[in-house]
Design a protein around this ligand. Sequence first.
Ligand code: URP
Ligand code: ZN
Ligand code: ZN
Ligand code: ZN
Length: 485
Amino acid sequence: MSTVIKGGTIVAADRTYEADILIEGEKIAAIGDNLAGDNTLDADGAYIIPGGIDPHTHLEMPFMGTTAAETWESGTFAALSGGTTTVVDFVIPGPEGMIAALDAWEERAQRQASSDYSLHMCVNGWSQKHFEEMAEVVGRGINTFKHFMAYKGALMVNDDEMFASFQRCAALGALPLVHAENGDIIAALQQKYLALGTTGPEAHAFSRPPEVEGEATNRAIMIADAAGVPVYIVHTSCEQAHEAIRRARQKGMRVYGEPLIQHLTLDESEYFNPDWDYSARRVMSPPFRDKSHQDSLWAGLAAGSLQVVATDHCAFTTEQKRTGVKDFTKIPNGTGGLEDRLPVLWTKGVETGRLTPNEFVAVTSTNIARILNIYPQKGAILPGSDADLVVFDPKLTKKISAASQKSIIDYNVFEGVEVKGLPRYTLSRGEVVWSHGKNDQPRPGRGRLVKRPAFPAVNKALSTWKELVAPRPVVRSAEHMPIGV
Ligand code: URP
Ligand code: ZN
Ligand code: ZN
Ligand code: ZN
C-alpha cells in the first residue's frame, strides 16, 4: 500500500517548498509534483514537517522514592497526538547495573510504546563494571551517557567519576549528556531553607538559583574538554548556563544546549501561587526561572547557540507530589509536556516571530537527529527516510486542558494556554496514528526501538586535534642540565 500526502507545504530545517510526498511501506519513496498512490491524505493549507523527536523523557522512572506515573503506553500516545513520533528515554541503572536496567527498559517500552523510541544510559557511579558495561551498552545501540551533577546521595556523580566516564565516552565514540547543577551547594541550600522554616515549593526555586546551574555547566564543559569529548547539556534553563555554552562554542568546543518548552514559557512566579498543589505540580529541576532568562533561551535557539527543545517529561500525579507537603525536598521532581511541546513552541515561537518555521523544525527534530546520529532516518523529509511526518495545520486551535489530554496525569502545567497550530495527522513510519477530531487510541507494541550507532568521526576529529596540540615533554641534553645532579 502506498500513500500520497497532497497539497501541503513541506517545511524542512533548510527550506520550505510545495510538493507531494509518496510513502511506500514505512519510508518516503518520492517527493515531487503530481504523485499518485493507493491512498491520499489532504494537506491543503497545512505544513508537512518531520515528526518531532523528544530527546528527554522519563516514562515510569523510579525516582525520589516513587515511580513517574506517566507510562510508556500513555506517554508515547500523548506524544503522537502532539506530533512527536520518537521519544528518547533515560535508563537508570539500579544495583544490578546497566545491562539489567537496559533489559527492563527495553521490555517495558517494547510492550507498551505506540511511538518509536530510543534510549540513553545513565552513569551514576564509577567502577570497572561501569567501564566494561559501557562498551556493551554502545553495542546495543546507545551512543549517549547521562551524568547527574545534582541529586546528592542518589544519582549524583563527582568530578573524578565524570572525568573517567567522559574519557570512556571519548574512546567508545559516545556523547556524554549532563544534568548540570551543583549538587553539594543545592543540598546545603535546601537545609538552610528548611532550617528557616521555608518548607513550601517556592524554596525549591530558592535552593537552586541560576548560579548553581551556571557553575556546573562551566565545570561539565571543562571536564569534557579535558577528556577530549563533545558534551550535551540537558535542560538548559538560564542565561548563566547558556553563557557558558555560548562561550565554549565560540572557543571551538562541540557543546550542545537543550532548553525545555517549560523553561521557555513558564516562569518562577508559578512557585509563588497560594495553592500548594498548583506550585508543587510545577516543581522540577532546574526550576522555572525569572522571565529574563526566557529571552536568553529564545535568542539562543534563533542564534544557534542552543540547538534543541525538549520536555524532560517526568510526570507525577498530585498525590505523588503531596509526599513533600511538609518538606519541599521530598516533592518528586518533574513536569510533563510531551503532547504540548510542538503546539506550544509553534504558538509562542513561530506565531510571535521568535522562530521561523524552519528553525522550529530544526529544534524539534532535525538538530537532535543529527546530534544523536539517527539522521536522516529520523528528522528529515527525504527519499529513504522513515515516513514519520506531521501534517501540521496552523489554523487548528485548542485550549490546553488536563480534562482532554492523552497524558494520564491529573493536571497539566500548560492548563489554559490557547495554542494555534496542531497536527491534522501524525504518521509514524507511514501509518496514520493520529487524526485530529478522530477518536484514535494507543497502539501498544507498535513502537520500535531506534538503535543509534556510535559516532567515531566526531570524537576522532577531537582526539586528533588534542593529540596534535598536546603538551610535550622538553628534551634537554646533558649540557643544559644542572651539573652533578
Ligand atoms: O525535575 C526533573 N527534571 N526530573 C527528572 C529528572 C531529571 O533531572 O532530569
Ligand atoms: Zn535532569
Ligand atoms: Zn530529565
Ligand atoms: Zn645548547
